[in-house]
Design a protein around this ligand. Sequence first.
Ligand SMILES: *[C@@H]1O[C@H](CO)[C@@H](O)[C@H](O)[C@H]1NC(C)=O
Ligand SMILES: *[C@@H]1O[C@H](CO)[C@@H](O)[C@H](O)[C@H]1NC(C)=O
Ligand SMILES: *[C@@H]1O[C@H](CO)[C@@H](O)[C@H](O)[C@H]1NC(C)=O
Ligand SMILES: *[C@@H]1O[C@H](CO)[C@@H](O)[C@H](O)[C@H]1NC(C)=O
Ligand SMILES: [Cu+2]
Length: 159
Amino acid sequence: MATNFAQCLILLAITASIFEVSMANKDWSFGFNYTDWWEIIVGGSEHWHFGYNYTNWAINNGPFYFNDTLVFKYDAPNATSFPHSVYLLANFWSFLNCDVKKAKMLANPKQGAEEGFKFVLKKWQPYYFACGERNGFHCNNGQMKFAVIPMLRPFWPWP
Ligand SMILES: *[C@@H]1O[C@H](CO)[C@@H](O)[C@H](O)[C@H]1NC(C)=O
Ligand SMILES: *[C@@H]1O[C@H](CO)[C@@H](O)[C@H](O)[C@H]1NC(C)=O
Ligand SMILES: *[C@@H]1O[C@H](CO)[C@@H](O)[C@H](O)[C@H]1NC(C)=O
Ligand SMILES: *[C@@H]1O[C@H](CO)[C@@H](O)[C@H](O)[C@H]1NC(C)=O
Ligand SMILES: [Cu+2]
């Protein structure tokens, strides 16, 4: 089971590199700036807040692809609102247990304002996102966590 999964990853990584090479020789952009085509607002109109089921959101809005940009939007805290943040959890166990101790902070409570905090899915790896506030409480009880494994885009959507 584990071996098959590893083989599968290697195969797909090879496919990805071949694909990248073949695309590198062609100018598909025709001068058009497509860097911000695939920006996905995490939570959609709900943005990034306590109590929304982001696992469910990720299932319904996936799959996500290489170079997709996730946008986390949350207001900076004030006297009546709580802070949020964006952390990358170390591994699947940390994700399950909302263990934010070993996590890496990607965005502090102020970085989600206005345009939001943008994160590009650049690598072939699982990404475990969570809110790091209150030592995992937002992640656990607030459901502010989700996992993403970017895929290779099966087609190029321009005409
Ligand atoms: C494309 O747009 C992005 C953001 O809108 C900008 O940062 C980038 O420099 C632009 N790239 C080119 C080649 O114009
Ligand atoms: C959130 O959504 C997931 C996937 O649909 C579901 O399995 C889970 O039970 C939901 N969590 C809560 C607390 O409702
Ligand atoms: C992702 O973006 C980088 C930098 O813009 C580019 O070199 C790479 O080919 C892209 N990968 C895919 C799979 O689109
Ligand atoms: C505090 O922030 C919340 C959420 O962004 C906003 O709805 C509210 O109006 C703000 N309150 C004050 C006093 O600025
Ligand atoms: Cu939070």
